[in-house]
Write a protein that binds this ligand. Structure first.
Ligand SMILES: *[C@@H]1O[C@H](CO)[C@@H](O)[C@H](O)[C@H]1NC(C)=O
Ligand SMILES: *[C@@H]1O[C@H](CO)[C@@H](O)[C@H](O)[C@H]1NC(C)=O
Ligand SMILES: *[C@@H]1O[C@H](CO)[C@@H](O)[C@H](O)[C@H]1NC(C)=O
Ligand SMILES: *[C@@H]1O[C@H](CO)[C@@H](O)[C@H](O)[C@H]1NC(C)=O
Ligand SMILES: *[C@@H]1O[C@H](CO)[C@@H](O)[C@H](O)[C@H]1NC(C)=O
Ligand SMILES: *[C@@H]1O[C@H](CO)[C@@H](O)[C@H](O)[C@H]1NC(C)=O
Ligand SMILES: *[C@@H]1O[C@H](CO)[C@@H](O)[C@H](O)[C@H]1NC(C)=O
Length: 471
């Protein structure tokens, strides 16, 4: 039965290869989220303070047995109410957006030219009962950005009122009705070419989005789209690379192989953001490689100066070497990239690091009291709340020490062995360092965000999930 393990091996290898193509992070936009996003975009479009221009309307019409050439130029939409907006996801395609019972006020110049009449002036057109229904496709284009395109557009205008200013009124009265019919037909068609231009503009702005975000001079977050968006009736899922890179880290990409992400698909929130365990690990790895995981622990302990007498509470023999209290500084740095483990309601961080303790006697060189390598495992909890006073999310949290072990040989203090014990270092963490770190974490980290509200975080197997509404 040799083939059984071989097939298992093959499957594992294959799945590992496939994992390489999985997104590290996924965003799910529900129907509510789509509606909010569409309303935002259309509102921006209409209230953008730019004058919306429509193409000229020109032609010739036989009115009252006379061929009249007409010209409406400089057509400017002054006020545009799109009416009732509704939107839906269209499975495997994109989205449908409808605008019903809209109205608009349009200014333009007109000119009539025929054997009998030569006249011109300005006019105000009022469009009533406009409706626009569009279907947009959403896809991924190289090098990994989303792209939207117009697949279908239908528009109509129920009624048009043309007020022609200037000109000879009895002529205008005669031709008003036919002119209205012409304008209604033409403007109905032109709404779609207007929308087509707008969609092209939106697509260009999306295309210019920077999907490799610089978080700081050394670290970059790659949010390149992985694969086409998956669109079903109730939501669209977009997979992103979700990998953090530091500029002086190389070859870590191969280690990045996220497991497939399945978002819960509940319909409560507008957006769900799922971040894989791999993505969080690439975050740790990038920060580690960039040299950021170095702390002066004694600074965290607060305003009071740490001395050898406080340390002696955990390592009693220290007081023999320093009978009088001497200032102490503790440095901690990661000696390898921290690892994050995500289980249901359980975020655990494993840290391998080195703790270096120095005494600073008066009028003397600093002295290394002890250095020790540790492996520690912390369980973290994260709480999101509305930021006070500013637009954004307030991230607070706390950590618990699960486990701490000393690594390598026992440190020696002045030739004396057994002074620094595992339980002494554990106690140092429990009583001094963890409370100090938690005090900092409780102050909260403010994350500026104009768009998200009601954000909540949860931890699932292999996945951290942020659920939020759009403003
Ligand atoms: C708003 O107008 C500016 C130019 O004034 C343009 O760059 C931008 O794309 C417009 N935004 C929308 C949503 O149409
Ligand atoms: C146009 O639509 C807006 C909003 O729906 C409405 O308040 C307004 O009265 C309408 N104007 C006309 C002339 O019907
Ligand atoms: C982001 O950076 C990576 C690596 O430098 C590159 O392969 C990818 O094409 C970039 N993505 C975009 C959208 O520019
Ligand atoms: C990466 O660069 C930073 C800053 O230049 C440096 O502190 C760090 O040691 C470097 N890391 C590696 C792995 O070279
Ligand atoms: C959380 O998970 C870690 C392993 O990753 C485990 O050691 C720890 O006991 C778990 N905590 C709880 C409260 O279940
Ligand atoms: C964040 O939450 C903490 C704890 O509730 C609070 O003290 C802090 O003021 C909050 N910060 C902001 C910006 O809301
Ligand atoms: C979302 O936030 C708004 C205020 O910003 C609040 O009125 C509403 O109840 C919140 N909804 C949920 C589900 O938390």
């Amino acid at each position: 039965m040799m083939w059984v393990p071989n097939i298992t091996f093959l499957l594992l290898t294959l799945s590992a290869i496939c994992y390489g193509d999985n997104p590290g992070a996924k965003i799910q936009i529900t129907e509510n989220g789509l509606q909010k996003g569409v309303e935002y975009l259309l509102d921006k479009m209409v209230s953008n303070n730019t004058v919306h221009r429509l193409p000229d309307v020109t032609g010739s019409e036989n009115i009252a047995s006379e061929d009249i050439n007409y010209e409406f130029t400089q057509i400017r939409v002054e006020k545009f109410n799109l009416g009732t907006i509704s939107s839906q996801w269209l499975p495997e395609t994109g989205m449908r957006v409808s605008m019903e019972s809209g109205n608009a006020t349009i200014n333009c110049n007109w000119k009539l030219d025929s054997w009998l009449i030569k006249d011109s002036g300005s006019s105000v057109l009022t469009l009533l009962g406009s409706s626009i229904s569009i279907i947009m496709g959403v896809r991924r284009i190289d090098p990994g950005v989303p792209s939207i395109h117009l697949l279908d557009c239908k528009s109509s205008v129920q009624d048009v009122d043309v007020q022609m200013l200037g000109g000879v009124s009895y002529i205008i009265d005669t031709i008003k009705q036919p002119i209205q019919t012409v304008v209604q037909k033409t403007v109905s068609q032109q709404l779609c070419s207007y929308i087509r231009n707008q969609v092209t503009k939106w697509d260009q702005s999306i295309g210019h989005l920077k999907l490799n975000l610089s978080l700081n001079p050394l670290i970059e977050l790659d949010l390149t789209l992985v694969g086409d968006p998956e669109i079903s009736e109730h939501h669209a899922n977009m997979g992103f690379k979700g990998i953090f890179r530091s500029h002086n880290e190389s070859g870590s990409e191969t280690a990045f192989s996220p497991a497939p992400i399945t978002l819960p698909g509940k319909d409560g929130a507008m957006v769900y953001i799922g971040v894989s365990q791999s993505s969080l690990n690439s975050f740790c790895s990038a920060y580690y490689s960039a040299g950021f995981l170095t702390f002066q622990v004694s600074h965290m302990v607060g305003s009071k100066q740490l001395t050898t007498s406080e340390l002696a509470a955990y390592m009693p023999e220290i007081s023999q070497h320093f009978p009088k209290p001497v200032p102490v500084k503790i440095h901690m740095y990661a000696t390898r990239s921290p690892l994050v483990f995500l289980l249901a309601n359980n975020l655990t961080i494993q840290l391998g690091g080195s703790l270096e303790t120095y005494a600073y006697p008066l009028n003397a060189e600093r002295e290394n009291i002890f250095s020790v390598n540790i492996v520690a495992s912390f369980q973290a909890s994260v709480i999101l709340s509305e930021g006070k006073g500013a637009q954004g999310v307030n991230l607070t949290g706390s950590i618990n020490l699960n486990r701490l072990q000393l690594e390598g040989s026992q440190p020696i203090i002045k030739g004396q062995k057994g002074v620094v014990t595992e339980s002494g270092v554990q106690q140092l963490f429990h009583e001094m360092l963890i409370p100090a770190i938690n005090e900092e974490l409780a102050k909260g980290v403010f994350i500026h965000s104009k768009f998200l509200k009601n954000a909540t975080a949860s931890i699932e197997q292999g996945l951290a999930i942020l659920a939020a509404d759009l403003k």
